[in-house]
Design a protein around this ligand. Sequence first.
Ligand SMILES: [Ca+2]
Ligand SMILES: [Ca+2]
Length: 368
Amino acid sequence: MLVGFIAGSGQAAVAHEPTREGESPSGMIWIPGGEFLMGTDDPAAWTAERPVHRVRVSGFWMDQTEVTNGQFRAFVEATGYVTTAERQPDWEEMKKQLPPGTERPPDGKLVPASIVFRAPSSQPGDLEDIHQWWNWVPGADWRHLQGPGSDTSGHDNYPVVQVSWDDAVAYARWAGKRLPTESEWEYAARGGLDRKPFVWGDDAYSETRPQCNAWQGEFPSRNTRADGYERTAPVKSFKPNGYGLYDMAGNVWEWCADWYRFDAYRLRIAESKGRLIVDPTGPSDSWDPDQPYTFERVMRGGSFLCHPSYCSSYRPSARRGNSPDTSTEHMGFRCVMTREMWLARRSSAPGTVERIDDNRTRSNGSKR
Ligand SMILES: [Ca+2]
Ligand SMILES: [Ca+2]
């Protein structure tokens, strides 16, 4: 998504797994391992969500909320980390994600910037061109969500946004955690429910009694804010799911560890040869027919911009991809931690845990 802008193209009980010492990591919920039916066979869903298949995941802790501005600020203050949006884009890297022969954009576009939502003044005739509401804004970053003059002061309990996949991985490593696989994410999002279309069950999304922070009105020109929030909402503003996790539907999209392939499910089913699929870590490369030159990571859960007429991605089966250097106003993340990571964390100083599979931290991958 990023290169397109620069180059000008197109309720239940909260479960805590007892450790030997009887403690759990702060702000995390134990998601007991088990089997579930992943994806959907709903013909109205996106092709990438089908077919349904059985997956087993091992137990893990998951952040109860999206990572907040306050938590991300602690990371930046401790490490001096500079996010992707705060750095000058590297054209040599970017052009690898563009059709051969794409011209170098003018220097004025190759500046620290991020992608900001602005509602068009009138309803577009068609919603194919996302540039009608997404804008490349110099100076926009996680502290300045809409660019210079906007800031996140006083919003410590809001989800951090304008963070790339690379930023999310850097935070997770510092925290002794990692990003969830998309199988872990969906299993957790379903909250113990079986094949339900929504994290809250069967009831359709309601514009009058919204179950999550999404869009009411007419996307993208008119937002009635019936749920109380035009953009992000403080975490825990809506009811949690069956595992006690908040905002697994809507508020902000959440980065996952896996490479994104629209056909990932068909591939894993074929590769399993009928055996149970256990703790899948995703495909070894990326493929999105809509972005054939871009390698992408998975994002899950939808955002405050989702509306039934356009993007009903607050459904637990919904999945999209985006390039790991992209940051936007509606994308954040949350982390998970295994028992092994927790024990390692407890035996080392904060911020020094590095026991994360390096394959999960690569920014670039092979393309078909
Ligand atoms: Ca809203
Ligand atoms: Ca979310």
